[in-house]
Write a protein that binds this ligand. Sequence first.
Ligand SMILES: NC(=O)c1ccc[n+]([C@@H]2O[C@H](COP(=O)([O-])OP(=O)(O)OC[C@H]3O[C@@H](n4cnc5c(N)ncnc54)[C@H](OP(=O)(O)O)[C@@H]3O)[C@@H](O)[C@H]2O)c1
Length: 344
Amino acid sequence: MIVVGIAGATGYTGIELVQLLHRHPQTQLGWITSASSAGKRLCDVHAVPWDYPLIALDEAYARAGEVDVVFLCLPHGHSIEAARRFAEAGRCVIDLSADFRLDHADDYRRWYGLEHTAPDLLPHFVYGLCEVNRARLRGARLIAVPGCYPTTVNLGLYPLAKAGWLGDRVIVDSKSGVSGAGRTAKLPYLFVESHENLTPYNVGYRHRHIAEMELVLNPVLPPGHSCQFTFSPHLLPVNRGILSTIYVRVPAGVTEPQVRQRYTEHYAGEPFIHLLQAGQQASLRHTVYSNRVAISITPELPDRPDCRDLILVVTEDNLIKGASGQAVQCMNIALGLDETAGLL
Ligand SMILES: NC(=O)c1ccc[n+]([C@@H]2O[C@H](COP(=O)([O-])OP(=O)(O)OC[C@H]3O[C@@H](n4cnc5c(N)ncnc54)[C@H](OP(=O)(O)O)[C@@H]3O)[C@@H](O)[C@H]2O)c1
């Protein structure tokens, strides 16, 4: 059995991870941490049937040797020190925060407004977008799990970018359920503020997750090309789920059936990619409570095979494929387990 520690098990991604790992045939929980509820039990904090004791992060450092894999479900900024401590203790570290997703400390400062205190570790982390980086994930000991929004955008656009068909301008309109903001109480996420409302935030070229879109997609564009992202996220009053609507213009001569064929071939055999048939639209219900990503492709103009404007809709569960499920998928690949273990 693989023994697992979870730092930040009481947050939304942490509790999701506890539940996923409970179903996993090859893992057992070692310890789990909380900042404010150390000394209590998990069932004191969440409506779950497990009375695992919650310990403080400092105690987890002292007990690092009891586990094989550590998942960090901490707010960004707080994973840096934790990753260093567990990496020095020789543990496999899978970080769900943004602290090790970007390649350079300068980019981290620019997008997160923080000084990175472990820049030496950045090159050792593998960006855990499983369908793209599977080969690099095999045997990896340090893994940065991608952000929730970028997982939809990057998986939605990767086959297009790989084919050289992604133009220099992409418009992404995304909506996320409220759990995307974590469990800490903040005014915009209170029921009365968010319910029966739909609120855009950080629209344009402002949201931190744009950095991950550029990181994944720009390197596979033809030499000298880069893509400009307009990214408009919205707070959607549902508990979970992300829906990204992506507007692209493909090169002249490229048709929607050709694009669809590319996606079919690119994602053939992928257990968690659901490419919808022509005429169908991906919705939150295609993916919530699963590790799947659903992708639909629609030409803007009906009955015009020469139409170059396509609308892709990509959905996922932000807490599963957008966080904890993808983290388990990363662990499965890294440790050479069945990639779908605990996730179907
Ligand atoms: N929510 C999502 O959809 C999502 C998706 C992808 C990635 N992520 C990323 O995953 C990470 C966790 O997100 P989340 O939504 O699960 O957050 P969350 O609900 O706010 O939970 C944060 C967890 O970290 C603990 N914690 C907070 N401050 C701490 C500190 N200073 N030292 C040690 N532990 C501390 C909390 O403990 P107590 O609350 O018990 O005190 C809690 O267990 C974040 O970096 C987030 O950006 C989230």
